[in-house]
Design a protein around this ligand. Structure first.
Ligand SMILES: Cc1ncc(COP(=O)(O)O)c(C=O)c1O
Length: 388
């Protein structure tokens, strides 16, 4: 239908029902909710006691980035030169932070020299050596040593691939100081973290590392992990997280310490919903026009364990869109590709009357959906409309 880089040209509707009624989308349709992007950004900008970096990997589409920029986000956690180029191409005044602990050769140099990036992450001696050699001006750098924070409060852990324990991190902090760069710490408590207490535990690990090293850090980046409110799930409110983080930070006794966070999912999930169509119903099986090679890729990795109740929508005899009512029952949902693995891992709870040609509206589909869709088997969801 349309593959936008700006949203001025996108069709606009008052509601999702109106969009479905008018477009009768035969391909998956992303619905953008500008006010939800704005609300998510405001919560962080008002509530978090430091710089809020949007983690671009969650959704690098210009629509997501521009809405968050318009809502006041000016810092970006970028994990590759490609991501830095996306941000700088849209907003030359944005500040990018290169927060991947393992970088392809030459990327730190290009980020530093061409894009003014001065924040980098390391979790090994070899990457620190490479960073210092490529940038050649340590006094300009803030180097964040990534800690392991394997705390069990998140649905998707983020500490088995990157990070090091306090003794190794303490050594790296000392090396950063000796090199003349500003030593800093970072961690990621895991994505869709349902336990605010994980942040306090991770800040305690940071405190232990600081004590071991005897190094005064210049900044602490507490990573991402803040949960999105998916259908059927009610995570703790953000102010619990912010209060817990503020309390833990106060225990460091460093009111001057610069603090940052890197939310991805929580900033972009609410702002986009998805309309998929039921191509075929066979008993309790629904074959949809979108699946795990499209917008549902993340479902393969995150073990959401609660029921998933999206909204079923039908067009009546007059072509009017309305939500189907009736007691929900579980359906197995399959994507459009020929791969047997292309099925959603958890059942969808939908009214029994759902039929061929009906639509399914999934809320909070802005994170790790658009960013990881693939053109496998000739399918690639890329139709868009704005709601509101
Ligand atoms: C270093 C880093 N920061 C931030 C994020 C964003 O995490 P989330 O989407 O859970 O907020 C990620 C996710 O992979 C990450 O690897």
């Amino acid at each position: 239908m349309n593959a936008p880089t700006t949203f001025d040209a996108l069709p606009r509707f008052a509601t999702a029902l109106k969009a479905i009624e008018s477009l009768k989308p035969a391909e998956p349709l992303y619905l953008v909710h500008p006010e939800k992007f704005a609300a998510a950004a405001k919560q962080f900008l008002d509530g978090f006691p430091g710089d809020v970096l949007y983690a671009l990997k969650a959704n690098p589409h210009p629509i997501a980035v521009t809405h968050l920029w318009n809502a006041g986000i000016r810092h970006f956690d970028t994990a590759s030169l490609g991501e830095i180029e996306i941000v700088k191409g849209l907003f030359p005044d944005a500040t990018c932070h290169f927060m991947a602990p393992v970088r392809l050769p030459g990327q730190a140099k290009a980020a530093f020299e061409n894009h003014g990036v001065t924040d980098f992450v390391v979790d090994s001696d070899a990457e620190l050596d490479k960073l210092l050699a490529e940038t050649g001006n340590p006094k300009k750098l803030r180097v964040f040593v990534r800690l392991v924070a394997q705390l069990g409060g998140a649905l998707l852990e983020m500490s088995s691939k990157y990070g090091c324990g306090p003794p190794e991190a303490a050594k790296l902090l000392k090396r950063v100081r000796v090199a003349g760069a500003a030593p800093c710490l970072t961690f990621h408590v895991g994505s869709q973290c349902l336990s605010p207490f994980s942040y306090a535990q991770a800040i305690e690990i940071a405190q232990r590392t600081i004590s071991l090293s005897g190094v005064e850090i210049a900044a602490l980046d507490i990573g991402g992990g803040f949960p999105a409110a998916y259908s059927g799930q009610e995570p703790p409110p953000y102010h619990w997280y912010f209060d817990m983080i503020k309390e833990a930070l106060a225990s460091l006794g460093r009111p001057d310490l610069k603090v940052m966070c890197e939310p991805g999912r929580s900033l972009c999930a609410p702002g986009i919903s998805l309309v998929a169509q039921v191509v075929l119903r066979r008993g309790d099986r629904l074959y949809m026009n979108d699946g795990i090679y499209g917008s549902f890729d993340e479902q393969r990795f995150v073990s959401f364990d609660e029921d998933y109740p999206p909204t079923a929508i039908t067009l009546d005899a007059k072509g009017k869109a309305k939500a189907l009512s009736g007691a929900p029952r579980p359906f197995r949902a399959f994507g459009p590709t020929c791969d047997s693995a292309d099925k959603l891992p958890r059942p969808l709870l939908l009214p029994d009357s759902i039929a061929n040609g009906d639509f399914i509206l999934f809320d909070a589909m802005g994170a790790y959906t658009v960013s990881s869709r693939s053109p496998f088997n000739g399918y690639y969801p890329d139709s868009w409309a704005v709601i509101g």
